[in-house]
Design a protein around this ligand. Structure first.
Ligand code: GDP
Length: 303
């Protein structure tokens, strides 16, 4: 129900556009397909994913000779569920962690997308699940970033490792994992700089952070979580492109889906980058982070 509320705008807008596209039509023809293409594009699935969906529906129409518009929703829903990447287990990702201790999550993404908020919400969820959490303030470029993370550390009552602004992010990351090992922590969340300067700098910075952490924990980070703002549509695609080129992103968090009609961005990005969406942000509050479940997501999109 929370998810329904969170995605209110996306689903109303998607379903109302869908009804317009098929209004007065009993079968799926060229015109309906054209309109459907517009609906998918304007719902931010992205061009490549839209074309893929349209082609599949065209194939169905060609094969079955006839497709009624009342069946279109059902078929579209199946196609879209098929596009959303699954996690390795084939089930929805959950807050349970693999048997690695401490489990290190490096969080990446540009400023303003909701990176710090997502880290805070995750710290809260892990802590509520009985896990011992440590935060690392490795976004040392802006004083505000360190202060914001400190606020979340206080709010969730979780220890934070920080240095002064301008210090080496890799050094903060090193201190953080070292402290986590010493404290016998379960999970480490490392904030990283959100400047999208240029690809080479970004790549160098992130690989240095990784390399230095690996001196303490050989396989760290176990997860690289890219945070994207779901309300920015095509910008989110562009950021996904840049970050996946700069580092190996293993999971996604898509934020601000409460305030947008662009929930389709989740479908397009998951399809195009073949990275599972693990979390979605549906508000500014501490509880407003949900573990992504593709079936619930698709259900609520089509409701
Ligand atoms: P950062 O610069 O990426 O660390 O971004 P912040 O975490 O500081 O978030 C930027 C703004 O987005 C803040 O005002 C947050 O409250 C807001 N925000 C973050 N996640 C969400 C979300 O899921 N929904 C909404 N509505 N706002 C969010």
């Amino acid at each position: 129900e929370n998810l329904d509320k969170g995605l209110e705008k996306s689903k109303t807008s998607f379903m109302s556009k869908m009804s317009k596209a098929v209004a007065g039509k009993s079968k799926v023809d060229e015109e309906v397909l054209d309109d459907l293409e517009d609906v998918l594009i304007s719902s931010d699935l992205g061009v490549a994913t839209t074309i893929k969906v349209i082609n599949r529906i065209e194939e169905r129409v060609a094969r079955d000779k006839y497709l009624g518009t009342e069946e279109l929703n059902k078929i579209l829903r199946e196609e879209i569920a098929g596009l959303l990447s699954e996690t390795e287990t084939g089930e929805a990702a959950n807050i349970q962690l693999p048997d690695v201790k401490p489990y290190v999550i490096m969080v990446v993404g540009v400023n303003g997308v909701g990176k710090t908020t997502t880290i805070g919400k995750l710290a809260h969820q892990f802590k509520s699940a009985g896990k011992k959490v440590v935060l690392g303030a490795a976004d040392t470029f802006r004083a505000a970033a360190i202060d914001q993370l400190q606020i979340w550390a206080d709010r969730t009552d979780v220890p934070i490792v920080r240095q002064k602004m301008g210090s080496d992010p890799a050094s903060v990351a090193f201190d953080t994992v070292q402290s986590a090992v010493k404290q016998d922590a379960d999970v480490v969340l490392i904030d990283t700089a959100g400047r999208l300067h240029n690809k080479v700098n970004l790549m160098n910075e992130l690989s240095k952070v990784k390399r230095v952490m690996q001196k303490v924990i050989p396989n760290a980070p176990h997860e690289v979580l890219l945070v994207l703002d779901g309300s920015t549509g095509q910008n989110a695609f562009e950021q996904a492109k840049q970050f996946t080129a700069a580092t190996e992103v293993t999971s996604l968090a898509v934020t601000k889906l409460d305030g947008t009609a662009k929930g389709g961005v989740v479908i397009g990005i998951s399809d195009q980058f073949q990275i599972p969406v693990k979390y979605i942000g549906v508000g500014e509050g501490i509880e407003d982070l949900q573990v992504f479940n593709k079936y619930e997501f698709v259900d609520s999109f089509f409701k």
